[in-house]
Design a binder for this molecule. Structure first.
Ligand code: F6P
Length: 517
């Protein structure tokens, strides 16, 4: 399927003209004054999530042109290619079918191949959830250690933290990702082998960090008196043979059409299922599926992930904003920014289009942030008064799941106040006390933080990243950019022992010598 890259579509030039004529000087405060319907026009409900886009620097004309751009770039067909299992990850020759992982077993399918894959998904899901329940019921297992990195860590870790309120009270969940032995050593120091289950999570079962940590965990288990590897180790991987070679019998597989950063819906989600149980995990999948249905079927103009993805293009390519601050106003969502960094930057941090030609425009912005209100007392100064405009994405949850008086109202008041302050500014003081205002923000509002609403929120984020990548004409589903560093680390590791600096640049050679001295 050929796709038109956004800068070659007729609407691109019209957007440039609209930006020069109005977008550049767009003032959100005036926009509210001249349009009393602005909040209604630029906000909408989607399954489990409400979004307010109205404080962004966007008007109806810009959004209409962006929707035309999406049409001209064939967004709808490209979106459908995901759901129908086309091999749109062309550089790896793979389907991009993570949506199938959350499709109900009895949903209609478009082909016998899809039906067969869906049947495999549900067979594995059933086995994995039965295992999760077995672990939950096993009182001897008090600690579960997930060893994995990237997509085999960030999504599951973020979700386990986020769903703390639903978690089994007597299972402690640990996540070890870093090859830095300090992390594993500190975790192991608190564990007893007989009470510990290790989950070795790696799509490829070759990732050096995970393999090194897994080998050390196994050595620790055996030397600390652990007896039964089969009971205390399970592998989550597409490479079942490698897991067996490693000595693990209990494995839950998945398929190469599941990208690492989209894998938490597969067997990689086992730590989530152990934490919240089989029923909770099914609700999590159902929430994501509800968002998938919205994304697949809602008209582009009323499609929440599409509208956000188009705003991303408007900001990155016309306003020139190169980052976005993510501010989850719920402490359980504190790993959301880290999860989004992999999702967005590994997907869209690309400099060539699908045909390999360098693109003449910016691609992935940098999502970054901290949980609110902590960020307010750290870097919000820059957001309010710095020289760069950084759009902020607030995530707020209406309902609190604690009984402490006053906290939640203050938390929510802070979301509203920060978004208001960014937009309104303050000009009466002047000088150092002047706030320019007109600083854009979005509020994502959840009624409650539940497995279903978290699933919907994460699915939404996946799709919004897809939308900008689709318009940019890039392959959002490969990650060749992580390979070079891996190769060079393999070359350098033995040099730390041998001291051989042959062929190294001056800086690397100098640092190597210092590390050896
Ligand atoms: O190096 C990047 C990456 O391939 C990510 O895409 C992936 O999520 C991570 O490494 C971990 O890979 P694996 O699950 O195969 O260990």
């Amino acid at each position: 399927m050929t796709r038109l890259r956004c800068d070659r579509a007729p609407a691109w030039g019209l957007l440039q003209a609209h930006y020069a004529a109005q977008g550049k000087n767009f003032d959100t405060r005036q926009a509210f004054t001249s349009d009393v319907q602005r909040f209604a026009r630029f906000s909408q409900s989607a399954p489990h999530v409400f979004v307010d886009l109205s404080k962004n620097r966007i008007d109806t004309a810009a959004e209409t042109l962006l929707l035309e751009l999406a049409d001209q770039c064939g967004l709808s067909a490209h979106r459908e290619a995901i759901f129908s299992g086309e091999k749109i990850n062309a550089t790896e020759g793979r389907e991009v079918w993570h949506v199938l992982l959350r499709t109900p077993a009895d949903a209609p399918t478009g082909s016998t191949h899809e039906a067969a894959e869906l049947a495999k998904v549900h067979e594995t899901l059933g086995a994995m959830l039965a295992y999760a329940e077995k672990v939950r019921a096993d009182e001897a297992i008090t600690d579960v250690v997930n060893i994995g990195i990237g997509g085999s860590d960030l999504g599951p870790q973020m979700a386990v933290l986020a769903l703390h309120a639903f978690a089994h009270p007597s299972k402690r969940m640990h996540f070890v990702s870093n090859i830095d032995g300090h992390e594993l050593a500190a975790t192991l120091a608190r564990l007893n082998p007989e009470n510990t289950l290790f989950l070795i999570a790696s799509k490829t079962f070759t990732t050096i960090e995970t393999m090194t940590n897994a080998a050390s965990a196994k050595r620790w288990f055996e030397t600390s008196g652990g007896k039964n590897i089969a009971r205390h180790f399970a592998a989550l991987t597409t490479n079942v043979a490698a897991a067996k070679d490693f000595g693990i019998d209990t494995t839950f597989g998945f398929w190469d059409w599941v990208g690492g950063r989209y894998s938490l819906w597969s067997a990689i989600g086992l730590p989530i299922a152990i934490a919240i149980g089989a029923a909770g995990f099914r609700e999590f999948l159902a929430g994501a599926h509800a968002m998938d249905k919205h994304f697949r079927s809602a008209p582009l103009a009323a499609n929440a992930p599409v509208r956000m993805g188009l705003l991303d293009v408007w900001y990155r390519n016309f306003h020139g904003f190169s980052s976005r601050s993510v501010a989850p106003y719920h402490s359980a969502l504190r790993r959301l920014p880290a999860y989004l960094q992999q999702l967005e930057m590994e997907s869209n941090g690309k400099r060539v289009d699908a045909s390999g030609e360098a693109v003449p425009f910016g691609t992935s912005p940098i999502p970054w942030g901290e949980s609110g209100t902590n960020g307010q007392h750290a870097y919000f100064q820059m957001l309010h008064q710095g020289t760069d405009v950084v759009p902020v994405e607030f995530v707020a949850v209406k309902k609190a799941r604690h009984a402490l008086q006053g906290h939640h109202d203050l938390l929510l008041a802070n979301v509203l106040a920060q978004a208001q302050a960014l937009m309104q500014g303050k000009s009466d003081a002047g000088g150092h006390k002047h706030f320019p205002g007109n600083r854009p923000s979005t509020v994502l509002l959840l009624e409650d933080l539940t497995p279903a609403s978290l699933g919907a929120l994460m699915s939404w984020q996946e799709h919004r990243v897809f939308v900008s990548g689709a318009l940019w004409g890039i392959n959002s589903f490969d990650q060749w950019g992580v390979e070079l560093g891996k190769v060079l680390a393999k070359d350098i590791a033995p040099r730390l022992h041998s001291g051989d600096a042959n062929g190294l640049d001056g800086s690397t050679a100098g640092l190597l010598a210092m590390l050896r001295s």
